[in-house]
Write a protein that binds this ligand. Structure first.
Ligand code: MTE
Length: 294
């Protein structure tokens, strides 16, 4: 199978010409062989994916991250591994980049706010890193802690969320091959506004689970409290699996607006269970009441 660039070049629809943006250093990956990792849906333009963002450390407006994230200091960068593991320690970015071969994964991204995109990420399964640090049997969850520097991230000076931005996954979710540690998109390193230099991408969950600019990964016994869950527990659960049948208390989750398709007459898309990854991840939630464990 071709990579996204060549696939786009061969695509029949005239609007589907997407090219490597040529803005940042190249970072390419082999086409992933992980089941579900290569949607054939039309890829969102780089311009949309890098200018319509949620990254509250740089402001709450969708255009704020692209405007202000240039101040983010990504060099040097280390990710600390701590908690219930045999091999805690620090990885600098170069070590992480070399830890496993890069793959390209084309994932749907569904934000809890009701919009979606299709983004070609570059990275490898988080499981590759987890295996190397050897979690103890008592490690049941993984907590992700992100950069929070008030000097370089203007939003951190505001009280809109408790900083740092924290997310969490159950161990089996973190080990699932679709859970991606991402360093790039569109064949280049991540732009700052998309979570440079390293972020999480969990395609079957609402976008806020995909924490940007990771600095710490902690293995813990108890379910972590994530930032959005802390700020509004009745609205944002720990699991946050994309689910068209469980509405947000203030809006429906049955449909979504695909960014780039939003003309006056554009029809909304139906949101898919687990964002279309049910075949791959549905069994992780067998027997759970997803209306309660939202
Ligand atoms: N990570 C951090 N550190 N801060 C944030 O505000 N926003 C989340 C998630 N990761 C966020 C974050 C939300 S709500 C979404 S929808 C996605 O990032 C958006 O990712 P994108 O801008 O790359 O599309």
């Amino acid at each position: 199978m071709a990579t996204w660039a060549s696939r786009e070049a061969f695509a029949q629809t005239p609007s589907a010409v997407v090219m490597r943006p040529g803005k940042l250093a190249p970072l390419t990956g082999a086409v992933s062989r992980v089941s579900g990792a290569n949607t054939m849906e039309k890829i969102t333009t780089y311009t949309d994916a890098s200018s319509y963002n949620n990254f509250y450390e740089f402001g709450t407006d969708k255009s704020d991250p692209a405007k202000y994230a240039h101040t983010l200091q990504t060099k040097p960068w280390t990710v600390e591994i701590e908690g219930l593991v045999k091999k805690p320690g620090r990885f600098d970015l170069d070590a992480l980049l070399k830890l496993s071969p890069m793959e390209e994964r084309i994932y749907r991204l569904r934000c809890v706010e009701g919009w979606s995109m299709v983004i070609p990420w570059v990275g490898y399964s988080l499981a590759e890193l987890i295996k190397r640090v050897e979690p103890l049997g008592s490690a049941k969850y993984v907590e992700f802690i992100t950069q929070a520097d008030p000097k370089t991230m203007p939003g951190v000076r505001s009280r809109v969320l408790d900083w740092p931005y924290v997310e969490g996954l159950r161990m089996d979710e973190a080990m699932h091959p679709l859970t991606l540690l991402s360093f790039g998109m569109y064949g280049e390193v991540l732009p700052n506004q998309n979570g440079a230099p390293v972020r999480l991408v969990v395609p079957w969950k609402y976008g806020f689970k995909s924490a940007k600019s990771l600095v710490k990964i902690r293995f813990v016994e108890k379910q972590p409290i994530n930032s959005w869950g802390r700020s509004a527990p009745q609205e944002y659960g720990f699991y946050s699996n994309v689910n068209p049948t469980v509405n947000h208390p203030r809006w429906s989750q049955a449909t979504e607006r695909r960014i780039g398709e939003d003309g006056l007459f554009a029809k909304k898309r139906k949101t898919l269970m687990f964002n279309g990854y049910e075949a791959q991840v549905g069994q992780l939630y067998a027997g759970m009441d997803l209306s309660k464990l939202y």
